[in-house]
Design a protein around this ligand. Structure first.
Ligand code: PGA
Length: 232
């Protein structure tokens, strides 16, 4: 029966995920491990380029990307929304304004993720499409460091909305042309790869949880109120 099947599902599950997945992957993995106590799981969190390297050298069973890798033969299954939002310190001239042209983002110091980041790629793509050049004041290799620096008034930036889930910091979500950048998270593995029983079980679990979260609206994805997040 089902309970027996669950008891029998064991082995190792190695996941390689991009940085912003750290805001939900541990919770999903926790739920999965509770259901399948026989599975020994590990989670590697790093940026897009490094996750891509791990995929190409077959270091993990499954991967989570914010954009399926191009030029590599993979299966990519979307399972959850991943909007990217533009952020500024509260009280910033762009905060609270409606329909701000994207070009105005280029008028303020910008805090950029490091080269190799998928978030950075998505921002570069949008700006290229609109002929907007950003004034990069600083590069930071962490979403958390960027969020803190925005809150401290160092500049504006773009991050996955999921990075705001914890709350706490005072940042404003901008109503900027082209935003939010609508993306999804994808579960990815090399095409033709024979998935282990544990990896299959995790994929089923993730798709079911993603569908449940999307349906019920009880996702942990915070909805940004018009005009940005309340301050304080
Ligand atoms: P990053 O990737 O952690 O490399 O920025 C996130 C994404 O592509 O959504």
């Amino acid at each position: 029966d089902v309970a027996n099947m669950k008891g029998l599902t064991q082995g190792r599950l190695r996941l390689g995920v991009v940085t912003t997945a750290k805001y939900f992957a541990p919770r999903l993995l926790g739920g999965f491990c509770e259901r399948y106590p026989g599975v020994d799981a590990s989670l590697k969190v790093t940026n897009r380029e490094r996750v891509l390297e791990r995929l190409q050298s077959n270091e993990d069973d499954l991967y989570i990307f914010g954009q399926p890798p191009a030029g590599v033969d993979v299966e990519a299954v979307p399972f959850l929304r991943n909007p990217l939002v533009a952020l500024a310190p509260p009280g910033h001239p762009l905060a609270g304004r409606a329909g701000v042209p994207l070009a105005e983002l280029g008028e303020y110091p910008f805090l950029a993720r490091e080269p190799g980041s998928g978030t950075r790629l998505a921002v570069e793509r949008l700006c290229d499409e609109h002929g907007v050049t950003l004034r990069v004041r600083m590069e930071l290799g962490s979403n958390e460091a960027i969020k803190q620096s925005v809150a401290a008034g160092m500049g504006v930036s773009v991050l996955s909305e999921h990075t705001l889930a914890g709350g706490g910091e005072e940042v404003a979500v901008l109503d900027l042309e082209g935003f939010p950048i609508e993306r999804h998270w994808y579960l990815v593995y090399p095409a033709g790869k024979q998935l282990s029983v544990a990896a299959r079980a995790f994929m089923d679990y993730l798709l079911a949880e993603g569908a449940r979260m999307a349906e019920s609206g009880v996702s942990e994805i915070p909805r940004s109120p018009q005009g940005g997040w309340p301050v304080g």
